[in-house]
Design a protein around this ligand. Structure first.
Ligand code: AHR
Length: 489
């Protein structure tokens, strides 16, 4: 039995909707096939964007989409992706499978996708192999509404009005695939590049510096100290593994150890976030600079028979539960974490949607994002949770993970039962708010390795969760391996 007290008067700050952001890279079948197809491919599309995928993703109210990478961003030259498609130069995608990239999906297509999804764009510029001029010109091309050769070139390519662009990243993983730099060198480059990406639009650009990998707080320290004055946010990348970087474990064949080890890696993330926040607090005690976790998610070995460079994996209840736990962690640190972007939106790593030709499946992670939508831009509430836990690799995986928020007079409680064996009876007391109606949804698995596959009945999706209410106390039973959301009115 777990117990929780939610104090509706103890508000902890706003959960930025951008925590529910997504990431789409030119990697494997994320862009091509997954989101974008030839207009005459036979797959229903609008200007190349797959209707089935776009319609499914629209249900998530995606607040922001990061593009074009990832590692691809520091190898990408935006001019290759504008103008008449048949005349665009092709290149080899050296980071991801060495396949030919024909540049048919470029700047105009990305903004078209964002418009169809109703999402804000977040563009990552090229520091590693690009020039200052290339980056400054791209920003002018996209956002200048006046009379200039670049703005007129955009018009000649079919877009009269400038696009609205707020989020702009100055390089990606410049400590690794983005140039193998030292933080001192990157901080100096950041200072230089950021001067030349000008504000042309109504709203100034929100500039995001490349942040650290995992526990590398020295990177955060050096970049904050030397370039903090010129940035709005600094990123952090961390992926979760079942085993280790070389052998990451399988996405659908794992045992109970693999299940709990993966969840313990989510718990580890909280300590990583705290370490970086401690450094940020030293240089920015007023919390003016945000932490942007613009890559996170589960990374497993690729599905057998698929291109190792395409990072294609399946998705089980383990992914769903870990996603909910991670989103709870971001809620917990909502005073510093302004944005997070799960990797990646379609067909790559911990995806929302998987496609095979004209077929599409929605993953359990998709349903977690869908169920948790009411948390976006809601006020986080204090939760006092009494629950057991399991010691794994020196970390405690809680039996129950929970987060609560309030928006428009409704309280949303998301919660998961991590146990593989037992269901969990829960009592949730709501203090300082009236409780008149309670509804719920739950997604649970029969077997931990179940997943939604093509040509099969969907195994994992939310169904109704029954809850009883008496004297402001909600009683529910969470099935084993389950992620749920309760709405209190
Ligand atoms: O998301 C896959 C890759 O992981 C990204 O391209 C890179 O930034 C990170 O290492």
């Amino acid at each position: 039995m777990a117990k929780a007290i939610i104090n509706a008067k103890r508000k902890k700050g706003k959960i930025s909707k951008y925590i529910y952001g997504q990431f789409a890279e030119h990697l494997g079948r994320c862009i091509y096939e997954g989101l974008y197809v030839d207009e005459d491919s036979g797959i229903e599309n609008v200007n190349g964007m797959r209707c089935d995928v776009v319609n499914a993703l629209k249900e998530l109210d995606i607040p922001v989409l990061r593009w074009p990478g990832g590692c691809f961003a520091d190898d990408y030259h935006w001019r290759d992706g504008i103008g008449e498609k048949s005349k665009r130069p092709y290149m080899v995608n050296t980071n991801w499978g060495k396949v030919v990239e024909n540049n048919h999906f470029g700047t105009h297509e990305f903004f078209e996708l964002c418009e169809q999804l109703g999402t804000e764009p977040y563009i990552c510029g090229n520091v590693g192999s690009g020039s200052v001029k290339e980056m400054r010109d791209w920003v002018e091309y996209m956002t200048f509404g006046g009379d200039s050769p670049l703005a007129n070139e955009r018009r000649a390519n079919g877009r009269e009005e400038p696009w609205k662009l707020k989020y702009f990243g100055v390089g990606n993983e410049n400590w690794g695939c983005g140039g193998n730099m030292r933080p001192e060198y990157y901080a100096d480059l950041y200072r230089r590049y950021s001067v030349f990406i000008r504000n042309y639009g109504e709203e100034p650009l929100y500039k995001i510096a490349c942040g650290a990998n995992e526990r590398d707080t020295r990177w955060t320290e050096v970049v904050m100290e030397n370039a903090g004055h010129a940035m709005n946010g600094i990123s952090l990348h961390n992926y979760q593994f079942e085993r280790n970087w070389k052998d990451k474990g399988d996405s659908i064949k794992f045992d109970s150890d693999g299940y709990y080890t993966l969840l313990s890696d989510v718990v580890r993330m909280e300590s990583i976030i705290k370490e970086h926040i401690t450094v940020m607090d030293k240089y920015d005690p007023e919390k003016k600079i945000d932490l942007i976790v613009d890559e996170w998610g589960n990374w497993f070995n690729v599905m057998p028979g698929t291109n190792p460079g395409f990072l294609y994996q399946q998705n089980t209840i383990r992914d769903a539960i870990s996603a909910m736990m991670m989103l709870h962690c971001f809620h917990e640190h909502c005073d510093r974490v302004h944005m997070a972007n799960i990797a990646q939106m379609v067909n790559v790593l911990q995806a929302m949607v998987l496609t095979e030709g004209e077929k599409m499946v929605l993953t359990p992670t998709y349903y977690v994002f869908k169920m948790m939508k009411p948390h976006m831009d809601a006020v986080s509430l204090d939760v006092d949770l009494e629950t057991g836990g399991r010691e794994v690799n020196g970390r405690t995986v809680p039996d129950v993970s929970m987060s609560a928020s309030e928006k428009d007079g409704k309280i949303t409680i998301s919660l998961c039962n991590t146990s593989l064996e037992k269901c969990e009876d829960l009592e949730i007391e709501i203090r300082d708010a009236s409780v008149s109606a309670v509804t719920g949804e739950v997604m649970a698995a029969e077997n931990m390795c179940d997943y939604n596959d093509f040509d099969c009945e969907e195994k994992l999706h939310p169904t109704e969760l029954k809850a009883q209410v008496k004297d402001g106390v909600i009683k529910v039973t969470l099935p084993k391996m389950a992620a749920a959301v309760i709405t209190v009115e």
